[in-house]
Design a protein around this ligand. Structure first.
Ligand SMILES: NC(=O)c1ccc[n+]([C@@H]2O[C@H](COP(=O)([O-])OP(=O)(O)OC[C@H]3O[C@@H](n4cnc5c(N)ncnc54)[C@H](OP(=O)(O)O)[C@@H]3O)[C@@H](O)[C@H]2O)c1
Length: 286
C-alpha cells in the first residue's frame, strides 16, 4: 500500500466520504459509529482523510463529522471541506470557512476546495484561498470538478499553481479523465481525489456488479466487487479514494481494500471490459 502525498502530507489512499451523512437524524449514531470505526482502523496505518463540504446537508454533514472526530487527535486527521462557488469570493469565503471550522470543531482545515466552477472569477477565489492560508485557517487549497481546460485556466492566474489537488468523479465505470486530465495532473505533480469511487454502490448505470470477470476476480481474492473497484481506483499510489458508507462493516471492508493486490493478468482482464479512453470525454460530474 502506497500513501498518497498531498502537498507533503502523507495520507492513507482510502479516506472517508460523508455526503448525505447527517441528513437523517434516526441514522445519526450509526453514521458516527461508522466514521469513528473507519478513523480508528485507519489510524493503525496512518493519517486518515475525511471529506465533507458546506453543501452536504447545508452544514449537517460537517456538524456530524465534528462530533465524530472530537475524541481523536486533530493532527492524525486530514480534514477536507469545500466552499460553494457562490461563496468563493473575498468577502464570503472567510465567512463560509469560519462556519465550516466551527461546525467541524477545529481551527484549521488541511484542505479547502472550490466545490465547482462558478461565476466568481478564479482570480478572486485564488486570492481568497491564499488569504485563508495566510490566516492559518487552511493549510492548502484545491479545486473540485475541474476539467483539463479549467486546470489550464487556473494555472494562468497568479498563485493558481498553489492548488494542490482536483477532486473529481473517478471509478472503473468512468475512466474519461485518464485521457487528458490525469496526464495533465501527473505532469504538474498533482494527486487526484476520486469521488464516487464505487459509483454510488453501482447505481450510476455501468452495472459493474453484474460483470462476470469482476465477480470472478473478486471471488478468487475473497473480496467484494466494491473492494475490487476501490483497489483499482488507488492502484497508482497517486489517488485518494473517498468512499462513503454509514455502515461499520462497509467502512472496514473499504479500508481493507488498501491491501488488495492483483496480478498483471487480472488488471488486464479488467481493462478489457473497462478500457482506457482513446478520445476526449466530457468530465463526469454529479
Ligand atoms: N466533490 C464533489 O463534487 C463530490 C461529488 C460526489 C461525492 N463527493 C465525495 O465523495 C464521497 C463518495 O462518493 P459518493 O458518496 O457519491 O459515492 P460512493 O462512495 O461511490 O458510494 C456510496 C454508496 O456506497 C455504499 N457503500 C459504501 N461502501 C460499500 C461497501 N463496501 N459495500 C456495499 N456498499 C457500500 C454506501 O452505502 P452504505 O452506507 O450502505 O455502505 C453508499 O450508498 C462522498 O460521500 C463525498 O464526500 C464529492
Amino acid at each position: 500500500m502506497k500513501m498518497v502525498n498531498l502537498a507533503g502530507q502523507k495520507v492513507l489512499p482510502m479516506g472517508l466520504g460523508t455526503w448525505h451523512m447527517g441528513d437523517d437524524t434516526s441514522r445519526r449514531s450509526l453514521e458516527i459509529a461508522a466514521l469513528q470505526a473507519g478513523i480508528k482502523q485507519g489510524l493503525k496505518r496512518g493519517v486518515v482523510a475525511v471529506d465533507t463540504a458546506e453543501m452536504y446537508g447545508e452544514g449537517r454533514s460537517e456538524t456530524l463529522v465534528g462530533e465524530a472526530i472530537s475524541s481523536f487527535v486533530r493532527s492524525d486527521l486530514y480534514l477536507i471541506s469545500k466552499v460553494y462557488p457562490w461563496n468563493a469570493s473575498m468577502d464570503l469565503l472567510p465567512k463560509s470557512l469560519d462556519a465550516s471550522l466551527q461546525r467541524l470543531g477545529t481551527d484549521y482545515l488541511d484542505l479547502y476546495l472550490l466545490h465547482w466552477t462558478g461565476n466568481i472569477s478564479l482570480t478572486e477565489t485564488v486570492a481568497a484561498m491564499e488569504a485563508a492560508k495566510k490566516a492559518g485557517k487552511i493549510l492548502h487549497w484545491g479545486v473540485s470538478n475541474f476539467d483539463t481546460a479549467d486546470m489550464q485556466a487556473l494555472w494562468q492566474i497568479e498563485n493558481g499553481n498553489h492548488c494542490v489537488t482536483n477532486e473529481v468523479l473517478y471509478n472503473l465505470g468512468s475512466r474519461g479523465i485518464e485521457y487528458d486530465l490525469i496526464p495533465w495532473m501527473q505532469a504538474h505533480q498533482l494527486p487526484l481525489i476520486a469521488y464516487s469511487p464505487i459509483a454510488q454502490a453501482d447505481t450510476l448505470g455501468n452495472h459493474l456488479l453484474a460483470n462476470p470477470v469482476l465477480k470472478e476476480i473478486a471471488t478468487n481474492h475473497q473480496v467484494s466487487v466494491f473492494q475490487l473497484m476501490l483497489a483499482w481506483v488507488i492502484r497508482n499510489g497517486e489517488t485518494l479514494a473517498i468512499p462513503q458508507s454509514s455502515q461499520v462493516k462497509h467502512v472496514l471492508a473499504n479500508l481493507a481494500a488498501m491491501d488488495l493486490e492483483l496480478s498483471a493478468t487480472e488488471w488486464q482482464a479488467i481493462a478489457k471490459y473497462y478500457p482506457k479512453p482513446i478520445k476526449k470525454q466530457p468530465l463526469d460530474v454529479l
